[in-house]
Design a protein around this ligand. Structure first.
Ligand SMILES: Nc1ncnc2c1ncn2[C@@H]1O[C@H](COP(=O)(O)OP(=O)(O)O)[C@@H](O)[C@H]1O
Ligand SMILES: [Mg+2]
Length: 457
């Protein structure tokens, strides 16, 4: 859809000439009577108004005033004679976006219009993206119904309403960054930036300039002045991830920033006042680091005015099924027996690891149902270790039996209880497969019964 350009000039030949000229690029409405144009503005969507300054009855200035007072989302550009440039400047002060002096070359006007429209497009995209991001990171979009996750949601709600520094703790992959974003995007700073930096990913000597900025020539390689992230986050939130890796040498400077709400760029002579909320995260034991003199206790108390702890996934197993179905997004179902295998795994990489496993299963499995056979072997709990009290033969038999059981049930599950197909699946003939089924005490009927009860659980 073309953008709408409204042209107003009492000189009818000029307004229709301009209309002709721009009709390829824009959807045009042109008027020589400003009062009709205003009526049109009130009833139609218009992006940009190109208006003459001096006209009988209604002036360009009055049109601008109407646009502003009735808060149309319209940009106004004025055409004016050279003798009237001062008025045009006055109009810019009142909110016109640009002016052009008559007589002008059509190309010049064309260029100015292009700039105005592309700026409008940027602003529109930005508003749209803000809306998308807003809905992405709301706590309502976080998954998990365990008591510990509900406590996390409660804390997000409380802390998003104030400006206290928050320390988010928990193992890798538990959702610390997601929590920080939820805090930002549900608070009053959500229209401003969320700036994130991982303190462990940036070499110590660059971290200071990254955070606080630098002046040209303050160190070799500092070719131009550069704003630090604190300045870039003005009005918004800075997320200092892996704060435990902030070098001791930088800790006093961060402490000062938190206390004074000021930053001083490297090589700078003035402090710059910043209004930024600070959220930190770590998977390290900061208390232990304090004892070992690797982290300053005064900084710890500053960043830890409020805290949120995220439990590892293995301590809230009830959430596993929720994550699995959320990440599969209805595209696949997981058989209860496969789910059981996922419950047994300790998930050292937490939700991130689970998400990756699901993404892999999405790509690598054909069927609609994920069976125990599909679960990557690495995730399957190792067989129980040998009990020294047991004889070698007993232990071995137990292991072999467990192995057979796993293979047989896995194949049956995959083939929906069809014995002939299941035998083929594991490379046995039907007779030998049935022999194994008897040894494992699986009858066809008991298998189907089991499946039904699993499915209804
Ligand atoms: N509660 C949750 N709901 C939905 N997705 C989550 C949740 N927690 C973590 N994730 C997902 O897991 C991955 C890791 O989360 P992240 O916040 O980066 O963890 P951390 O910062 O603790 O290492 C991300 O893809 C994130 O979207
Ligand atoms: Mg992280």
């Amino acid at each position: 859809m073309k953008a709408k350009l409204l042209i107003i000039d009492d000189d009818e030949s000029l307004s229709s000439f301009l209309g002709e000229m721009f009709k390829e690029d824009y959807d045009i409405a042109n008027f020589s009577d400003p009062s009709v144009a205003i009526q049109y503005l009130r009833e139609n969507h218009v992006d940009v108004v190109l208006t003459d300054m001096i006209m009988p009855k209604i002036s360009g200035m009055e049109i601008l005033q109407i646009v502003k007072s009735e808060s149309f989302d319209v940009d106004v550009i004025v055409m004016t004679a050279f003798s009237n440039v001062e008025n045009a400047v006055e109009m810019m002060k009142k909110g016109a976006v640009d002016y052009i002096v008559k007589p002008f070359k059509p190309d010049e006007l064309s260029l100015r219009l292009k700039n105005i429209f592309s700026k409008r497009k940027l602003i529109e995209d930005n508003v749209f993206l803000h809306k998308v991001v807003d809905t992405l990171y709301r706590p309502e979009n976080m998954i998990g119904e365990s008591a510990s996750m509900r406590e996390v949601y409660r804390l997000i709600e409380v802390f998003s309403q104030n400006d206290l520094p928050v320390l988010i703790t928990g193992e890798t992959g538990v959702g610390k960054e997601l929590t920080a974003k939820a805090l930002h995007f549900s608070g009053k700073r959500k229209g401003k930036r969320f700036v994130s930096i991982n303190c462990s990913a940036i070499p110590d000597n660059l971290l200071e300039s990254e955070l606080f900025g630098h002046m040209k020539g303050s160190f070799s390689g500092a070719g131009a002045n550069k704003k630090g992230l604190f300045e870039l986050a003005e009005g918004g939130t800075i997320f200092l991830d892996e704060i435990g890796d902030l070098p001791l040498s930088l800790q006093p400077k961060l402490l000062r920033t938190l206390q004074e709400r000021e930053v001083r760029p490297l090589g700078g002579t003035h402090d710059i006042i910043v209004d930024v909320r600070v959220i930190c995260a770590t998977n390290k034991d900061l208390m232990k680091m304090i004892q070992e003199k690797e982290f300053r206790i005064d900084l710890y108390y500053r960043i830890n005015a409020a805290s949120i702890h995220l439990s590892p996934l293995r301590e809230r197993k009830e959430d596993i099924a929720l994550y699995v179905s959320h990440f599969f997004a209805g595209k696949k179902k997981v058989h209860p027996k496969a789910l059981r295998l996922l419950y047994q795994y300790p998930w050292p990489g937490n939700v991130r690891e689970l998400k990756h496993v699901v993404e892999r299963l999405m790509i690598l499995t054909d069927g609609k149902v994920i069976t125990p056979f599909d679960i990557p072997p690495l995730l399957i709990k190792h067989p129980p270790s040998f009990d020294c009290e047991q004889s070698y033969t007993d232990s071995k038999r137990k292991l072999v039996d467990e192995f057979d059981l796993k293979i047989i049930t896995g194949a049956l599950l995959k083939c929906y209880g069809n014995v002939t197909k299941a035998a083929k699946e594991v490379g046995l003939d039907r007779r030998n497969f049935q022999k194994l089924m008897r040894k494992c005490k699986i009858t066809h009927d008991s298998f189907i019964e089991n499946r039904k009860s699993d499915a209804s659980n």
